[in-house]
Design a protein around this ligand. Structure first.
Ligand code: HEM
Length: 396
């Protein structure tokens, strides 16, 4: 098979900027998506266990609602941060993504409704936990549904990087199957992705403990309990993930590739940092590097498969569109960075304080909040004015 028909399926309008930039942004944003996927699933899973312990154990009684809240917020962030890699993959690997959506159209619908159901169950679980301290079953169902969403996502990813099998899957034995029920998983790759939930949750727990250590309303005994459990999870989880990663790379024939070797080296450094448990913020910085490497390896696999067939990613027709690029950069850098700085500063300060935090009395938060609001209003006006101008400039 060669890539003639894949090249033909590319968008004739071309891409608005250099494909390598989209590729880089894909790697970056998928790593962000994955971080919150892993934290959401890990925090929810651990809280289900915690909900069986919290009646008799005081540490779990304090920790469990915090785990539930962490998981709940992470689901909303993983959805938000899933959109960016989705857009980038559609720009540079459009054929793969659309084929996967055709082969598994029924699963795509099921994915959306499952995500809604799983997230609603999560809220139910959270409220039930607040009221009665006993909602393990609801939590377990929500957990199972959200893991199922991840399996479906994995199915789409596997299909989109398997062009040599597309014809066979779409028309097995020459008979077209347009039911949309195609389902294909790569068990080692999936197991590796799922295993990462353990170390990510463990490192989060180390962060949690360090962050709250400056507060007087959390006892040292409680914080040590969380930190030690986090360390155990991080170390055990990283060992499991490392083994699965090596098997996956052996299977992909990439074990000795420099990017893969660098990923393994970064995992070893992460393991040592997590085990030493000295400064969890540094451990988190190393985790960010590991996440970028893993995201890079996923892209390397796809790039190798597609370029091996003759799909010339860097030769994607390009139609430089400065208006789009300027709008994107202004949105991303100015509005995005200010908005995120506002939310993070407020969250940090609120978390560090005992009792109620009044953001309106904090100078830095107020300034950042006002700046975000002003930028957002300006952005909305520019966005619509520019859009309307572009729409009508040829007809007026
Ligand atoms: C609970 C919900 C979700 C879970 C557990 C989840 C999990 C995952 C996992 C495990 C992968 C990697 C699959 C692989 O490489 O084998 C993945 C990829 C991805 N996810 Fe999600 N995801 C969820 C929701 C979403 C949503 C709502 C979006 C979009 C808005 C999204 C966008 C993506 C994209 C674009 C990829 C990369 C696909 C590719 O490279 O072909 N995900 N997700």
């Amino acid at each position: 098979m060669d890539a003639t028909f894949i090249n033909l399926m590319r968008d004739p309008a071309g891409v608005p900027f250099f494909p390598v930039v989209f590729q880089g942004l894909y790697i970056l944003t998928w790593a962000l998506h994955a971080a919150f996927v892993l934290l959401a699933i890990g925090a929810l899973g651990l809280s289900v266990y915690g909900s069986t312990k919290q009646k008799h154990d005081n540490n779990w009684k304090i920790f469990n609602p915090h785990l539930i809240m962490t998981g709940k917020l992470s689901v909303s962030l993983l959805i938000l941060l899933g959109i960016a890699p989705l857009l980038f993959t559609q720009v540079i690997y459009d054929s793969g993504w659309y084929v996967a959506n055709t082969l598994s159209g029924a699963w795509v619908f099921i994915f959306i409704y499952s995500l809604i159901a799983g997230y609603m169950m999560f809220y139910w679980y959270s409220y039930a936990n607040k009221k009665s301290n006993g909602s393990t079953l609801i939590g377990l169902i929500s957990f199972a549904i959200l893991v199922f969403c991840g399996i479906l996502m994995h199915n789409f990813a596997v299909e989109s990087i398997s062009p040599t099998k597309w014809t066979e899957w779409y028309a097995p034995n020459g008979v077209i199957d347009n039911s949309g029920w195609n389902f294909h998983i790569d068990i080692i790759r999936l197991a590796f992705m799922v295993s990462l939930t353990i170390p990510v949750t463990g490192i989060f727990m180390q962060n949690y403990s360090d962050f709250l250590s400056t507060r007087k309303d959390f006892s040292a005994e409680y914080l040590t309990f969380v930190k030690n459990l986090g360390t155990k999870l991080a170390v055990t989880g990283l060992l499991i993930s490392a083994v699965l990663f090596v098997v996956w790379m052996l299977q992909a024939g990439l074990l000795l590739h420099p990017v893969v070797l660098a990923t393994i080296a970064s995992v070893v450094v992460l393991l040592l940092a997590a085990k030493a448990n000295k400064n969890s913020y540094i451990t988190t910085a190393i985790l960010v590097v590991v996440a970028l490497f893993i995201s890079g390896v996923r892209e390397l696999i796809r790039y190798n498969i597609m370029s091996g067939l003759g799909y010339d990613l860097y030769g994607y027709p390009m139609n430089l569109e400065w208006e789009t690029i300027i709008m994107f950069l202004l949105t991303f850098v100015i509005l995005g960075f200010t908005g995120v700085a506002f939310i993070l500063t407020m969250a940090w300060k609120a978390g560090k304080r005992e009792g109620v935090f009044d953001a309106s009395k904090d100078v830095a938060v107020t300034r950042l909040g006002n700046a975000t609001l002003a930028l957002f209003i300006t952005w909305t006006m520019v966005y619509f004015a520019w859009g309307i101008f572009a729409l009508f400039k040829n007809t007026l």
